[in-house]
Design a protein around this ligand. Structure first.
Ligand code: FAD
Length: 332
């Protein structure tokens, strides 16, 4: 077991560009690696990885392992798992951090199963315990308590971590580190899926929640779908995007991609404005790491005010139009 060293971060890419979650995990992976006096290694699988490798280095990778091939142009679980398993068997990493995206969840679970090791899914916190193991924290029992999970018997320890939980480092474009290029081919017949077509989601969903610096989220207090236009206007003035509580999503007012919380997205924007949202624990778990939280609610005892940096007690239908006007004046 002591042969297993270094913390790997799977850098998910889209059209050759590194997604934010991998860069966030590099920063947290580096913190863990420093505690263990190990390296944080970026693992990139794709068709042309040069740009993503440079970004990963700027965001803190101590080493990059890059695997290129036409069969990896689009994500496919069979090919990517084949690569991950072969790499792990060669390099023996102690830990693998993977973003809890659709693709990340797919490749991480398959890799863990092939290697017969443990995986902690959907983590929201990481640490190193006194025995040097990763302590993976994730919500349990409907978000009412946080469970810390260890994987003491097998290596590597693998976990998926929600996008937006950790912050990226400040990039340093002057960093240079070793890039190891590995040749791993996956026979075509092994790849059981192929992308036939890519269809854009219907409707304007705006900036992705996980990438947004400002999120204006609405809940039951918005009363009906048309009222979300008000939040959209505020989000537009602030250069942000609209999010929602589960109640607003379940009511069909907002698409599910916009849901923030335990069964939705985890976000960590610079500014999160919660409008007509009470602050149930399942919502808080998805947004409490935001830099600044502003709550607008007519109930002064709403739990959202317990974590808000700024609170406005009052009717959102009076407050939001005033905010829109004032922000417009500031921009003019
Ligand atoms: P409410 O709790 O009804 O709050 C509405 C708020 O609006 C109230 O505080 C009220 O004072 C205020 N309000 C009303 N009118 C106005 C007005 N005119 N002006 C200002 N304020 C006003 N929830 C999530 O959000 N995300 C999740 O991912 C999620 N996952 C869940 C998973 C599980 C397993 C379970 C059991 C629940 C989950 N929930 C989730 C649901 C969660 O428990 C709450 O029910 C939900 O977050 C409440 O949504 P809300 O705040 O919009 O509604």
């Amino acid at each position: 077991m002591s042969d297993y060293k270094n913390i790997w971060v799977f850098i998910e890419t889209a059209k050759g560009e590194a997604k934010n979650v991998g860069l966030e995990l590099l920063n947290e992976g580096k913190r863990l690696a420093q505690v263990k006096q190990e390296k944080v290694v970026a693992v990139i699988i794709g068709n042309n990885n040069e740009a993503a490798a440079q970004v990963a280095i700027a965001y803190g990778a101590d080493q990059v392992i890059s695997i290129e091939g036409e069969e990896y142009l689009d994500f496919n679980a069979d090919g990517y798992t084949n690569v991950m398993v072969q790499l792990v068997e060669k390099y023996l990493p102690s830990t693998i951090l993977v973003g809890a995206t659709n693709n990340g969840r797919d490749v991480a679970s398959r890799t863990a199963t092939r290697l017969r090791t443990g995986l902690t899914a959907d983590c929201t916190g990481l640490d190193i315990n006194e025995d040097g193991l990763v302590a993976w924290t994730r919500p349990a029992f409907g978000g009412n308590l946080m469970a810390t999970i260890l994987c003491p018997a097998t290596k590597p320890q693998i976990g998926t971590i929600r996008p937006g939980v950790f912050k990226k480092a400040e990039p340093d474009a002057s960093r240079t580190v070793e890039i190891i290029k590995e040749e791993i081919k996956t026979p075509v017949e092994m790849i059981r899926t192929k992308i036939v077509d890519t269809i854009k989601a219907v409707g304007d969903l705006g900036v992705k929640l996980e990438e947004a610096e400002v999120i204006v989220s609405g809940g039951r207090g918005l009363e009906k779908p048309e009222n979300f236009a008000l939040l959209q206007e505020l989000a537009d003035v602030l250069g942000g995007t609209v999010g929602a509580s589960r109640v607003a999503v379940d009511a069909g007012w907002v698409p599910v991609q916009k849901q923030v919380g335990q069964t939705g997205k985890t976000v960590g924007p610079k500014i999160y404005i919660a409008v007509g949202i009470s602050g149930a624990v399942q919502h808080l778990v998805g947004m409490s790491s935001s830099d600044t939280i502003i709550a607008i609610n007519m109930d002064p005892d709403a739990p959202i005010f317990d974590i808000a940096d700024y609170g406005l007690v009052g009717d959102l239908f009076e407050i939001i139009p005033v905010l829109i006007e004032e922000f417009k004046k500031l921009k003019a």
